[in-house]
Design a protein around this ligand. Sequence first.
Ligand code: CA
Length: 466
Amino acid sequence: MVGKVLLILLAAHILKMATGQEATPEPCGGELVVGEFTLIKNPGYPNENNQQGKYPNNADCVWTYEGNEDSLVVFKFWDLVIELGDGGSNSTCDYDYLEIDIESLGPTKYCGYSKPEEAIMGFGSLTIHFASDDSVNYRGFQASYSINEDYNPCEPDPCINGDCGRSEDRVRRVCECFPGAEGEVCEIDINECESDPCQNGGSCTQSSDLDLYTCQCAISFNGDNCENEMDSPCVSNPCQNDATCSMIPPFNYVCDCAQHYKGINCEIADFPPCLSSPCNSGGTCNDIANDVTEDDVTISDYNGYTCACTRKYRGVHCETETGCMNPGIPYVEENKKFDEGSTVEFSCVEGFILVGKANTTCTIDGSWSNQMPECINNSTSTEDTDDSMSSWTAAMIGLGVALAIKVVLFTLWMVYRGPWVKMDDDPEIPDNDTFKQHVQSVSSYISDDVFERERPGSLRSYGTSY
Ligand SMILES: [Ca+2]
């Protein structure tokens, strides 16, 4: 009986040996390799020598990679047949399992009979742990992994017209396109004109800039997209100074200027200079103007003015009075002016000798050409002792003449109100010599009528006027 049992155990042992299940456990686990895809599988996984291979009981294989934050870890299943967990669960994996622990994702156990199709990707350290209990074994898993220690999906930058960024899981690159670009790597320049942005008949042109376009607007429209209809050009009152604005097709205007204004918008004042009466003292102003004819419209282009002065004034604006003051003629007011060029001639009454020049002329600068002469008593120059009778007679005659002249002068003043007679209430009779000397002086005055009035009183002297 004992021999039979031993035989059975031996047979079982031989059978196990034949299937490899009780072979010495293969060494497993260790450090994972950095680089491109590397194959990994559990011990006992089927191979050329053992097509029916299975993982051993109580397997406990741990593969590790320390990793860093830029280490991209990719794990891809090729095969998965591992005992399911309680109740056939492929998530609890209570008995046998393969646990993939990528730092950025956390640990996940895998078991069951269907492999995940998607690759598992994450960052940081990687730990692969294969474990089995003491019964029910299958062939296990076969997979590949890769480890890239300096992974950056934006190097080289694939985005043509955009900024490269990373997806939430940091694995994939995402191109954020600049305005006007689209596509996986922003390789497409969007045609902004395709959406017909230019309104009201405007034509669209793409700019060399990615996201820009220009609208060539139809007449009477403006705005970036020709969205505004413009007012008539006359609405903004471009014509100044009471000018009249008229619209010119298609969209222009013309100003009809008021008198004395010119310029496209009638903004230039062009008054005839004489309008401001620049000539003084009755001078006549004459505009200097060139008549310019443009488009059948004649405009005077004023170029200054001249003043034609009356004969008593000179200067650009007739501002300078000409003529001379009274040279010393008695009874003629000091401010009575003599015309420039007028001559006064002097002579003495009988018995007096004229000393000095017998005439004087009013010059252009307002002064007299000669000083007024004096009349010296002829008799006083001779001996006064020879005949007292004749001396007395001469005195009487002189007094008589003086009185007579005064009467004449006074009468003339009364008749003509001539300005050359002093208007004293009670004029003193001057000393003979002085009186005689002065009454002989007569002149012409500024105005012709005064000059005419003067003539009757000229007596024995006269004046001239130009
Ligand atoms: Ca098992």
